[in-house]
Design a protein around this ligand. Structure first.
Ligand code: HSE
Length: 295
């Protein structure tokens, strides 16, 4: 038996919602998985990262499938796999490529053994593997997601915003590991920055669920992670400004970066201008980037 699953790329944080907010977008990775009783792996792939992703025991799709098999007590029964990946989510750029691999591996293995786990359990497994839930949650549930972690247990709800948006993503030509982008963060933050972010994150969710465009503009600011990560992405704040000037409601770092994502209301038809402005602003800082326009 072989299953095929498709998992969306994601943008975590959405500005103020560090480790708590995320959204799914229309760029997808496909996975075909067959489990074998004999040990041994055959891993092939096309597309993004095809030359960088390990094709042995370190492969994250296989590790995630194994994790699920262990949880189901089936890891002695299935000891190998045939895996084929078609990747379109840029690798190590802040669009959740590792989350897609984890969710794909878990979901496909789950389906192959008769779906013993529900989506909440898959979310918990995926969070345990990834370390934070804000990419895996929208990859599993779709839409915008809000999650809260209590003593390691993750809860999540997903919703669709009241207005249609385009996400204009500037993808720089350099990768940035999440580990590195988390290393530059402080372990403690000033109370005033925490209050700033609580207001912004709440405003963002309220604006999206009520369909309030003015508050969407306000809801994308952040004081908890972007200021510290700016040093890793030359021109970040200039690109944000350029995107706003060209008609975006706002722009944020996508996940841990280096992708920058602009939120553009569909009825403004500004996505082309926004993409151009973001590229130009990046170019002034000697950063080569490409644009993905997503829903
Ligand atoms: N919330 C995580 C971070 C997302 O910003 O480090 C990483 O993709």
């Amino acid at each position: 038996k072989c299953v095929r699953v498709r998992v969306p790329g994601t943008s975590a944080n959405c500005g103020p919602g560090f480790d708590c907010l995320g959204l799914a977008c229309t760029v997808y990775n496909d996975l075909e998985l067959r489990l074998t009783r004999e040990p041994g792996l055959s891993i092939t792939m096309t597309g993004e990262g095809a030359t960088n992703i390990p094709c042995d025991n370190r492969n994250i799709v296989w590790r995630s499938a194994q994790y699920l098999l262990e949880k189901a007590g089936k890891d002695k029964e299935y000891r190998g796999a045939v895996i084929h990946m078609e990747n379109r989510v840029p690798l190590s750029r802040g669009l959740g490529s590792s989350a897609t691999a984890i969710v794909a591996g878990l979901t496909a293995a789950n389906a192959l053994i008769g779906n013993p786990f529900n989506r909440r359990e898959i979310l918990q497994f995926a969070t345990n593997i990834e370390g934070h839930p804000d990419n895996v949650a929208p990859a599993i549930f779709g839409g915008f997601t809000v999650n809260a972690v209590t003593n390691g247990r993750v809860d999540c709800f997903s919703f669709l915003p009241r207005f249609r948006m385009k996400f204009v993503v500037a993808v720089p030509n350099f990768p940035l590991s999440t580990r590195m982008a988390r290393k530059v963060l402080p372990t403690e933050v000033p109370m005033k920055d925490a209050i700033f972010n609580i207001g912004r994150a709440s405003m963002l969710v309220a604006a999206l669920t009520r369909g309030n465009e003015r508050y969407l503009r306000l809801g994308l600011d952040d004081a908890l992670h972007q200021p510290y990560r700016a040093e890793l992405i030359p021109g970040m704040y200039d690109v944000f400004k350029a995107a706003r000037r060209a008609g975006a409601a706002g722009a944020t770092l996508s996940g841990a970066g280096p992708c920058l994502i602009a939120y553009v209301l569909e009825r403004r038809h500004a996505e082309e201008a926004v993409g151009k402005a973001m590229l130009e602003a990046f170019r002034k800082h000697d950063v080569d980037a490409r644009i993905l326009t997503l829903d």
